[in-house]
Design a protein around this ligand. Structure first.
Ligand SMILES: Nc1ncnc2c1ncn2[C@@H]1O[C@H](COP(=O)(O)OP(=O)(O)O)[C@@H](O)[C@H]1O
Ligand SMILES: [Mg+2]
Length: 339
């Protein structure tokens, strides 16, 4: 065991001299060793952001900001650099002209309203920036990921044992792969659903930390999620049919959302958009897919039952599955309910 990098370790028989030295070291020196070790173990992206901040400050003093990108919305210290790093590439690629405001900071991502580049088409686009913090939040990812769903930055499945182990062991490399896997998974799902004509935001760009997609709403008036809306009875009926149709499209595209609920359905002037696909999964590759699907259906029905009587969720989930795939849902493979 290397005592330089692990000053708190207990002595072992082979290196008693070194161990004695370690014990004789003053507390101050030990603290310095520990601080250096902690520094080396800080998440890589945090260190990159620190470096970027220094570089950006130095450049700004001489008015030499590299890409000329000076967004209206800058955020605070850390966020500013994170933003420049994550959305700056979309500016360089002429996809956006400005960052106007932060829409919302969610569990795993911050979403920003951006002014689209005039050549892009829409006036505004949403930049979804995945947070480095999400590295530590996704305790439950193993359940979603069963069945080789991990994807690299190129969108291809990670099949090598070494890569899968790095992720399982949460090494720095593994965490980066996991981060990219979630991003690639969301991008892939949005792309496929867009082709199938689903009511999902159109995807315009993706990089290592962010996605760029249609913005639902307007700057200063972003679309609320369905859970914040009270509907009239007729409108609720119409939306229920629309959401069910979206679930059918997702099944046909072999996509189980995995976190579908009124919290991930945007509503603006009568138009809905289904969002938030990083955890989505393939119904055949994940043995618990039907369990997740039944939970999705249950949550949707929970929202609409305030407006009308709803079918039993398990029955509806099984019926939709059978309709899409011509066979019964593999319930026996479902295992326990997801948390
Ligand atoms: N395309 C979009 N247009 C407008 N607002 C969006 C869009 N995508 C996300 N948002 C807003 O950002 C919030 C978080 O986005 P979401 O994809 O659900 O990530 P998460 O919930 O994992 O943080 C949403 O609840 C919504 O308020
Ligand atoms: Mg969400």
């Amino acid at each position: 065991m290397d005592l330089e990098t692990n000053p708190t370790s207990q002595p072992d028989s082979e290196s008693e001299n070194d161990d004695a030295l370690t014990y004789l070291r003053g507390a101050r020196e030990q603290r310095a060793v520990r601080a250096a070790r902690d520094q080396a173990h800080r998440p890589r992206l945090t260190r990159i952001a620190d470096r970027e901040r220094q570089r950006f400050r130095a450049a700004a003093e001489f008015n030499l900001v590299p890409s000329g990108f000076q967004p209206t919305f800058r955020g605070k210290q850390f966020e500013e650099n994170w933003l420049l790093e994550s959305l700056g590439g979309f500016y360089d690629d002429s996809l956006i002209s400005d960052i106007l405001s932060q829409v919302k900071g969610g569990k795993e991502a911050n979403v920003y309203c951006c002014l689209a580049h005039p050549s892009l088409g829409p006036r505004w686009v949403a930049g979804k920036v995945f947070r480095p913090r999400m590295f530590r939040n996704l305790k439950n990812d193993a359940a979603y990921r069963t069945g080789g769903e991990l994807r690299g930055a190129d969108g291809k499945a990670l099949r090598k044992k070494r890569e899968q182990r790095a992720v399982a062991d949460r090494t720095t490399v593994g965490l980066r792969m996991l981060h990219q896997s979630w991003l690639a998974n969301e991008a892939g799902a949005l792309g496929r659903l867009q082709q199938a004509g689903a009511l999902t935001p159109r995807l315009y760009g993706v990089n290592a930390n962010a996605l760029l997609m249609d913005f639902h709403g307007e700057p200063g008036d972003p679309a609320p999620t369905l859970n914040h809306i009270t509907l009239g009875k007729a409108e609720a009926r119409r939306l229920y049919d629309t959401v069910l149709e979206q679930i059918r499209i997702m099944l046909r595209c072999e996509i189980i959302h995995g976190d579908l609920s009124a919290f991930n359905i945007l509503y603006y002037r009568g138009e809905i958009r289904i969002i938030d696909f990083p955890q989505s999964m393939n119904p055949w590759r994940n043995p618990r897919a039907f369990t997740f699907f039944r939970r999705d259906v249950t949550r949707v029905l929970e929202y609409f039952e305030r407006y009308a009587d709803m079918p039993e969720p398990g029955w509806l989930a099984r019926a939709l599955w059978r309709e899409a795939y011509g066979e019964d849902a593999p319930e026996t493979l479902g295992g326990e309910r997801p948390a």
